[in-house]
Design a protein around this ligand. Structure first.
Ligand SMILES: O=C(O)[C@H]1O[C@H](OP(=O)(O)OP(=O)(O)OC[C@H]2O[C@@H](n3ccc(=O)[nH]c3=O)[C@H](O)[C@@H]2O)[C@H](O)[C@@H](O)[C@@H]1O
Length: 455
C-alpha cells in the first residue's frame, strides 16, 4: 500500500488533478513552445526582411547615387565608343574630365578613335572646371560616364557594352602636398581604384592594353640628374609619390600574372590651358591678377626649387604614341596566354626651370608684378628639383617635346584670361588699357575676357 501509494495517486482526484495539471502544463508548455517557435519564425522573417532591405538599399544607393545605367545611357556609351578610322581604337579614358584626360580624349576623338570617358567629378578642385571640360568633350561627341574607378559593377558593365582595345588610365588623386591633409583619398583612388580597374581589365575578354599615369615624383629624393627610368625609385618624399610607385609595382604584378600589356608614364609637372587650379603656375596666375601675394618655396641653402615643366600638348603626343605602340595584352578572361609588354617612360621637357623664373615669365605675360613671399620649403612632400631623361621615350615613342615654358605659359595665360576674365571673382588689378595691350601683345585672336568691355 505504501508502495502503491508510492506509485499511485493517493486519491483519484488527486491523481486526476495531477494528470490534469500535467496535461495543462504540457499544453502550456506546448503552447509556449509553439508561441516561441512562432516568435522565432517571426524574428527570423523580420531579420531576413531587414537584411534584404539593407542590401537593396546598399545596391540601390549605388544605383541611385551614380548616374549610370538604363537603355539611353547604354546607347550614349556605345555611340561614344564608335570608331571612325581604319584600325582605330576604342579607348576607355578614366579621369576624362581631368586636365590631361580631357586633352587626350579630344586628341583621340579627333583622329577617329572611339572614346568613352569616366570621371567621378570629385571636388578636390573647383568641379565647375571639370564640368566645363565635360561640355567641351560632349560637343565633340565624347560621353563621360559619371562614376568611380572603384565601382567594379560599373566597370564590368562598361566592358560588357564595349570591347575596349585600350584603357588610358588617368583618374587619380593628384597633388603632392594635399596628401598630408587627406592621405586616404590617395589610397582610395591611386591604389584601391587602380586594383579595381586592373581586375576589370584582366577579366575582360579580350583584355585591353593599358597606358596609365605615374609621376616624376617617384624619383623622390634622388640627386642624380637627369632622372632615368632605370634609376632607383625607393625614396619617395610624399604619400602621393608612394602611391604612384605602388601603382608601378601593382601594374607589374598584373602584367606578370594575367598578361596585361602595361605602359606607365612618369609625367613631369604638366601645365597648360584647362589645367589644374591647385598647381603653382595656375594659383600664382590667379593671385597675381587679384593682387594677392604668392608664396615661393626655396630649398636648403637658399637654393631655388626647379621643375621640368612640360606642356600639355607634348604630354598628349606622348600618351597617344604610347597607345599606338602598345602591344596587345596576351590574356583573356583572367588567364595569361603568354608574356606581355611592360614599359615605363619619362615624359618631361628636359629643361628644368626654377620657380622664381616661372613666376618671372608669368609676370611678363600678365604684365603685373607679383607680390612674392619667399619661404623655406616646408617638409610637406616637395622635392627640390626634377629633370627628365627622355631618351627612352624618344627612341620607343618618337616623343619630342617642342614647347618651352615661355611659349607654354603664354598659351596658358591666353586661355586663363579668355576663360576667367581678368578679375576671376575678385577686384580687378589689370586696367582695361593694360588688358587691351595684353590682347594686342599676346592674345591675338583670343576671345575677349568675360565681363570686359572692348578695350
Ligand atoms: O611631376 C609630377 O609628377 C607632379 O607634378 C605636380 O607636382 P609639382 O611639381 O609639385 O607641381 P606644383 O604643385 O605646381 O609645384 C611646382 C613648384 O612650385 C612650388 N610651389 C608650389 C606652391 C606654392 O605655393 N609655392 C611654390 O613655390 C613647389 O614647391 C614646386 O617646386 C603635380 O601637382 C603632381 O600631381 C604631379 O604628379
Amino acid at each position: 500500500m505504501a508502495e502503491q501509494e508510492l506509485f499511485l495517486p493517493s486519491t483519484p482526484g488527486k491523481f486526476k488533478d495531477k494528470s490534469h495539471s500535467l496535461h495543462r502544463q504540457f499544453h502550456r508548455c506546448f503552447a509556449s513552445t509553439s508561441t516561441m517557435f512562432l516568435w522565432a519564425l517571426f524574428l527570423v522573417a523580420l531579420t531576413a526582411a531587414y537584411l534584404s532591405f539593407q542590401s537593396f538599399v546598399d545596391s540601390g544607393s549605388k544605383y541611385f547615387s551614380s548616374a549610370w545605367g538604363g537603355i539611353h545611357w547604354e546607347r550614349q556609351v556605345r555611340s561614344s565608343a564608335q570608331i571612325h578610322r581604319q584600325n582605330g581604337f576604342s579607348v576607355l579614358v578614366t579621369g576624362a574630365a581631368g586636365f590631361v584626360g580631357s586633352h587626350v580624349s579630344l586628341a583621340l576623338k579627333k583622329r577617329g578613335d572611339g572614346v568613352v570617358g569616366l570621371d567621378n567629378f570629385n571636388d578636390y578642385y573647383d568641379p565647375s572646371l571639370k564640368k566645363a571640360r565635360k561640355s567641351l568633350l560632349n560637343s565633340q561627341n565624347i560621353f563621360i560616364v559619371e562614376g568611380d574607378v572603384n565601382d567594379a559593377r560599373l566597370l564590368a558593365k562598361l566592358f560588357e557594352i564595349v570591347p575596349f582595345t585600350h584603357v588610358m588610365h588617368l583618374a587619380a588623386q593628384a597633388g603632392v602636398r594635399y596628401a598630408m591633409e587627406n592621405p586616404h583619398s590617395y589610397v582610395h583612388s591611386n591604389i584601391a581604384g587602380l586594383v579595381t580597374l586592373l581586375e576589370a581589365c584582366k577579366t575582360a575578354d579580350s583584355q585591353p592594353a593599358i597606358v596609365w599615369a605615374s609621376s616624376s615624383s617617384v624619383y623622390g629624393l634622388n640627386e642624380k640628374v637627369p632622372f632615368s627610368e632605370s634609376d632607383r625609385t625607393d625614396q619617395p618624399a610624399s604619400l602621393y609619390a608612394a602611391t604612384k610607385k605602388a601603382g608601378e609595382e601593382i601594374t607589374h604584378t598584373y602584367n606578370h600574372i594575367y598578361g596585361l600589356s602595361i605602359t606607365g608614364l612618369r609625367f613631369f609637372t604638366v601645365y597648360g590651358p584647362y589645367g589644374r587650379p591647385d598647381m603653382a603656375y595656375f594659383s600664382f596666375t590667379r593671385n597675381i591678377l587679384q593682387g594677392k601675394p604668392i608664396t615661393i618655396y626655396r630649398g636648403k641653402n637658399r637654393v631655388d626649387l626647379a621643375r621640368d615643366f612640360t606642356y600639355i600638348d607634348d604630354i598628349v603626343k606622348g600618351c597617344v604614341a604610347s597607345l599606338d605602340t602598345a602591344k596587345k595584352s596576351t590574356g583573356s578572361g583572367g588567364k595569361k596566354r603568354g608574356p606581355a609588354q611592360y614599359r615605363i617612360f619619362n615624359l618631361g621637357n628636359t629643361s628644368p626651370v626654377t620657380v622664381p623664373m616661372m613666376v618671372g615669365i608669368l609676370e611678363k605675360h600678365l604684365k603685373v608684378k607679383a607680390k612674392k613671399h619667399v619661404l623655406e620649403m616646408p617638409g610637406n612632400g616637395d622635392v627640390p628639383f626634377t629633370h627628365a631623361n627622355i631618351s627612352s621615350a624618344r627612341r620607343e615613342l618618337g616623343y619630342k617635346p617642342t614647347t618651352d615654358l615661355q611659349t607654354g605659359l603664354k598659351k596658358f595665360v591666353k586661355w586663363y584670361l579668355s576663360y576667367y576674365g581678368y578679375n576671376h571673382g575678385k577686384s580687378a588689378v589689370l586696367k582695361k588699357s593694360q588688358l587691351g595691350q595684353w590682347l594686342a601683345d599676346v592674345g591675338k585672336g583670343a576671345r575677349r575676357p568675360r565681363g570686359l568691355a572692348e578695350p
